[in-house]
Design a protein around this ligand. Structure first.
Ligand SMILES: [Zn+2]
Length: 76
């Protein structure tokens, strides 16, 4: 399963942080299956540990700071 680039679903406003219920911007997909969602704040607290455990981290916290003038440049 490692090394493959699965088509990640973009996080939406309905995705909520598992810790505090705020909008989630970081998704951690666990190697054993399952996934965790974190807001930017809690994501920074847990991402390092999860990554050490082999979780795949999808970090969309950059969207927090996007502005109308540059938002389109980040599309891919
Ligand atoms: Zn949170």
């Amino acid at each position: 399963m490692t090394g493959t680039l699965a088509p990640a679903k973009q996080l939406t406003a309905t995705d909520r942080c598992d810790r505090c219920g705020a909008q989630a911007y970081i998704r951690a997909t666990l190697p054993v299956g399952g996934e965790l969602l974190f807001c930017a704040h809690h994501g920074r607290q847990h991402v390092t540990v999860l990554r050490d455990r082999g979780a795949d981290i999808q970090d969309e916290s950059a969207r927090l700071s996007d502005t109308p003038s540059t938002a389109r440049d980040n599309e891919r």
